[in-house]
Each structure stands twice: as C-alpha cells, then as structure tokens.
Design a protein around this ligand. Structure first.
Ligand code: ADP
Ligand code: GLC
Length: 481
C-alpha cells in the first residue's frame, strides 16, 4: 500500500478559513478509498486541540527543531478513518482565533517561523526520522504554508516524491530578507530560481520550484497562472514548470453538501421534490428579516469579503438591484470597508437586503438551499466550491468566466438549452456585465419550465471527488514509476 503524507494548514472540520479546508477534509478520504495509506499533518492550533479532544489525542513523538521542542500528537479526522498528526509548538497551540492573523487582523509577526517549524517537522517525518516507523512514498503539500517542504526535501537524496498543490497563487507567503536570515535555511535558497522573489522570500515559490509535480485546482486556472495577468510574478516559473503542472478540478464532499440529507435544513429536498426548496426560501426570508415573497428572485452570496470575490462588482450594481425586484442575502467576513458598506445597505433596505457578517456554517447551507440564484462574480477563482454547492442545491449560479467557475458553469441561450446548461456566465469583470447576467437569470427564473430544466441539469451532474482523486492517483503513479 503506497503511503502519502498530506501537509496542510487547515482541514475541515478541525479548522477552516476557506475552501482549502473543504478540499483537505475530503480529498484524503477519497484517496484512502483509492487504496492509499494517507496521513494528514496539520498545525496544532488551540482550536484544533479543543475540537480533536472529542476523538482522542495522544502524544506519539517529540522532535528537536533548531533547539525548539516540537511535540507530535495523533488524532483522527472526525467522522473518518483518516489519521491526523498535529505539530504542537506554543506558537500554534497557545493562540486562539484565526490561524494566520491576530485579533487585530494583522498577520502574526512570526508566521515565517511558525510555518518553517511546521515544514521542518513534515520534512523529518517524511524522511522517517521522527521515530514513527512510517516512510511516505509521496509528500503532498498545499499552498504557501507548506511551500518550504519540497525545498527542504530536495536537499536529501532518495527523498519521497513531492507534489505541491496551489489553491490560491494570490497568497505567496512573502517575508523579508531579515525573516529569511532568522530561519535555518541554506544560503543557496536565496536565489531567484529558488525562494528569493524580488528581494523578498516567497514560501509558495519553494513549492513551485522544488516539487516534483505541481498541481492547481482547475484546468482553467492552470492555464491562467502561466500568464502575467494571473501569475503574480510567478507566471515565468510556472511556464518553466509547465511539463509538470496540471489543473485538477476540486470535488465536493457529497455527504456534507447534500440537499437530500442536510441536517442544517428543516426541509430537505432533491431533484424530484424541488417544491420543498421553496420552503427553504421562505424560512430564509423569515430568518433574515426579508419580505416573505416567493416571486422575487432571491440572490445569495457567501464568501470572504475580499477583492478576489468581486464584491466591488456587486456593490456597483446595488442601486439597480434595489430598484428592481430582487432580494439579496449575503454571508461573509473580510475587509472592514466591505463589511461596513454592506451593513449600511442592509440597515437602509431591511426588506430587500440581509447581511450576516461573520462565519456561520449552518447559515451557509441554508443560503445555498434557500436562494434562487447564487452570485459568484469573482475577479479570479482558482476553483471555487460555492458554485458547485449551489449547483448541487439547484440554486443557479451567476459567475464570471474565470478559473474553476469557467470549468463548472455553462450558459446557453434560453431558447436552445441542452443537458449542459446550468447557470449564467459573464466574460468581463465589469458591473454592467454582472447585472446583465443577473437579468438573464431572472428572465429564466420567470419561466418555470426552463428554470426547472436548468435546476435538474445542475443537480444531476457528478461533483464528487472520485474522478479527481483518480487524476491525483495517476500523478502519484507517474512519479513513483
Ligand atoms: P475560498 O477558498 O477562496 O474562500 P471557496 O469557494 O473555495 O472559496 O470556498 C469557500 C468555503 O468557505 C465554502 O465552503 C464556503 O461555504 C465557506 N465560507 C466562506 N465564507 C463563509 C462564511 N462567512 N460563513 C460560512 N462559510 C463560509
Ligand atoms: C482557494 C481558492 C478557491 C478554491 C479553494 C480550494 O481558497 O480561492 O478558489 O476553491 O482554494 O482549492
């Protein structure tokens, strides 16, 4: 049985700030089903230790990393048979709140050191130098927090093969030269073909430059990041690596996101009982204090309130949306400026716009079920999971044609739809284009037969991990042969 060490800085349900956790919480299970022996390695944040205590935690070994004692603990991913190894240092386990930033919203000033130690622990375990008697064949790393792992492993002959998955190139893990000097890294890494990036150190560059294979989370994003517009200065390196670069579309957790069994819903439903979806709309309108009205198209948005998600495009069309017959429900947290603007709009238009600022897993499910139309006007989107959740819930997405949104949502003229049509797509990151796509969605919404056909198309497609897990397995096989 081949062994995989899967390194990540978040995994659902133990710790989640975004889609990365959804993926790392479900892909390892899909790989386990393909017959791999997989273990996840994760920082032991305070909140993780608290949540994991229900499944039991035990200390399994202790390491010394540059004089820092590092305890490795073992638990299980709740509800699964996947083992999780937790890297416990005070810099993780003695801080509450967000994994990457403090209560003031600023990054923890020692992030370089925290994720360096995490990467060193991963390196030692990968080399079977941690007294765990377990040697992985593959080390699969995710995003900048684990970018040093392939770099560190490259220093050892006969190291396990490394795969690095880019979930979002916008977060490059940039630190100063001073920070580089504080870490025990070889001086040779300070080079523009290695970690150095225009006078700074980039952790993600370690993953991209040194991993045996680089993947990202949709075929379109794999192409986009090789161009300057989406490459964040790393497009040249990515073009250089293009023979070992693949885009594999994320799957979704079909058990967690299933409108037929969703425990967050009072009225579950499926393709054949779509009438129950309307009851979810009514409950959502009541819960959020909106006018209870079944005719007005209810637009949903869930996400981090950051530039990436196209919040500006929605705000630019707010007046038109308010004067037309739409309702809007928004769940998110992020930039204070967006939060304040949205709060004001909701206060002034309580019947039409409801905004919940903060993180709320149950409400996310209820919005997916209760909305008619889901807005995802992202400026860029490596994959995006919410549009797939909304497709599965028969809530038709309006998306900007980028990354994974382009790869999952298809629009066809309403007088000529076949089984592929499942949403509404605009092609320029422009507010007017967004509004026109919303209007096309509303036009379809008011034609019940067409709407139902689109909903059934959306709900019939397979978004599960099976196909994608096989693609990862093919890469592992190629690397090991
Ligand atoms: P990203 O990872 O860029 O944030 P994705 O679409 O891949 O975007 O994944 C976002 C995930 O985070 C989804 O599971 C979504 O439901 C969840 N999410 C984002 N914001 C919130 C929130 N405020 N409350 C609950 N869930 C949220
Ligand atoms: C990132 C991306 C998102 C993707 C997620 C999981 O957070 O922004 O598009 O779905 O990672 O891969």
């Amino acid at each position: 049985m081949q062994k995989i060490l899967f390194a990540t800085s978040e995994v659902y349900p133990l710790i989640k700030t975004g889609g990365l956790a959804d993926v790392t919480g479900s892909l390892p299970r899909a790989l386990q089903k393909q017959g791999y022996d997989i273990k996840i390695i994760l920082p032991a944040y305070a909140s993780v230790l608290e949540k994991a205590s229900a499944s039991g935690i035990k200390k399994i070994t202790q390491l010394d990393i540059d004089g820092n004692p590092v305890v490795i603990k073992q638990t299980r991913l709740p509800g699964t048979k996947v083992t999780v190894w937790l890297v416990d240092i005070p810099e993780f386990s003695e801080r509450t709140g967000n994994p990457y930033c403090g209560p003031d919203g600023n990054d923890w000033i020692d992030n370089h050191k925290r994720f360096y130690i995490f990467s060193k622990a991963t390196e030692l375990i990968a080399l079977n130098q941690a007294n765990l008697d377990w040697q992985p064949d593959i080390v699969h790393c995710n995003d900048w927090q684990t970018g040093l792992v392939p770099a560190l492993l490259s220093l050892h002959p006969n190291h396990p093969a490394t795969v690095f998955t880019i979930h979002n190139l916008a977060y490059r893990g940039l630190f100063s030269h001073q920070a580089f000097a504080e870490l025990n890294l070889p001086q040779a890494f300070w080079h523009h073909e290695r970690l150095e990036f225009y006078g700074q150190m980039s952790f993600i560059k370690g993953g991209i430059a040194f991993a045996d294979y680089v993947t990202t989370v949709s075929p379109s994003y794999a192409r986009e990041i090789q161009k300057p517009e989406f490459g964040y200065g790393l497009d040249g390196l990515l073009r250089y690596r293009s023979d070992s670069l693949a885009g594999i579309l994320n799957g979704i957790d079909n058990d967690e996101w299933n409108p037929g069994t969703d425990t967050h819903l009072t009225h579950t439903y499926n393709r054949r009982t779509l009438g129950n979806k309307r009851k979810n709309k009514q409950l959502l309108q009541e819960k959020m204090g909106l006018e209870v009205n079944s005719d007005k198209p209810l637009l949903g948005f869930i996400g981090r309130l950051v530039d990436q998600k196209g919040v500006d495009l929605i705000l630019s069309q707010m007046n038109r949306l308010l004067t037309s017959n739409y309702q809007l429900v928004i769940l998110g947290s992020g930039f204070p400026h967006y939060e304040q603007t949205l709060r004001n709009i909701a206060e002034q238009n309580p019947q039409k716009v409801a905004v919940h600022l903060g993180y709320d897993e149950a409400l996310a499910h209820q919005i997916e079920a209760g909305s008619d139309i889901f807005l995802m006007p992202s400026i860029f989107e490596p994959c995006g999971l919410n549009q797939m959740y909304s497709l599965r819930y028969g809530t038709l997405p309006v998306v900007h044609a980028v990354g994974g949104l382009r790869d999952t949502v298809t629009e066809q003229p309403l007088n000529n739809i076949d089984d592929q049509a499942n949403g509404f797509v605009f092609h320029q990151p422009d507010g007017d284009e967004l509004y026109a796509a919303i209007e096309r969605a509303a036009e379809a919404y008011h034609q019940p037969d067409i709407w139902k056909k689109l909903q059934i198309n959306a709900m019939s497609r397979d978004y599960s991990w099976e196909q994608s897990a096989k693609q990862y397995a093919n890469i592992y096989t190629e690397l090991l042969s």
